[in-house]
Ligand binder design. Sequence first.
Ligand code: SF4
Length: 343
Amino acid sequence: MQTFDPSIILYTPDALNARGKQALLAYPQAAQQEIKQHNRLPALEGNHYQIKSNALVLGRLKTLVCRESGRSSDFIAPSLANGCMGACAYCYVDRNKAVNPITLFTNTEEILRAVDKHVHQQAWPKVPNQTHARFYTYDIGCNSDVSVDASISDSVQTAVAFFREHPKAFATFATKFVNPELLTYDPQGKTRIRFSLLPKRVSKLVDVRTDSLEKRLAAIADFYQAGYEVHVNFSPVIVYKGWLDDYRELFEQLNQVVPPQLKQTMDCEVIFLTHNQGQHELNLAINPRAEELIWAPNIQETKQSQFGGINVRYQYQRKAVWIHEFRQLQQEVIPWCTIRYIF
Ligand code: SF4
């Protein structure tokens, strides 16, 4: 994984608990600047993408709310972090912010106490569903990439230990990075890692600054052996001439690398691409070749986002056909990899 090495750290005073101070010490060459609010940053040098690798923000998360999900998990845990070093052309975390450096919320224990309180308010035993038959599942990586966050502080290790011991709660996150440090966390089957996979030639264009498809595929067996439940996340699915041929190749690669025992438990989730008008305009200046793939008005339709921007998604009727084709291919090549949901 590319090393995260910020040249400036912005921090709110209330973020400087032991974890926050440790993060400051970890990057001694970085300039430090106190700020009043973690979500109101001063002007920073560099463009949107440079700031993602040059700046780190330390803050304290005050809104400790678990939100309903129902897809990747039962609930979305309060964020351990927000923002990412990666620069994927379609990333929804980036859409609604002018700049989006990694903001590490240092009050991990408070965040986990909120999860504990929340899960104890749920009926028990849980009614089994597609997210898990027994435990309530909490996505801990909806606004960041947890593998990157784990390289900055011990917050992810603390979270994995919390879920390992918890009698009712189970953690899950999707990732496009491979951080070997996570292999030492001993999750004992209580954390599910979902490796995001796109066909190689597409991934090279749109998954900017993430680890390669080969690295993600090669890591699957290691994470399984280290005690993680491992799933795959086919998202976003991008449609272009020949897309199904590329997915056939990807499925065949997956077939090769997944150990037979893991094939009995590995499921997948599938989400077709959504994009965004503002993001499209930004990308045109930085990554126009990616836009040729992901901005396709002749097969997309617009949708007002809940944050007021204009999102686009594939036209409903076309997508229904593609979902059918995707399912057929999955049944043919990787029938062991059950689709938990697809849309
Ligand atoms: S790795 Fe995930 S969070 Fe990071 S930029 Fe890519 S899609 Fe966004």
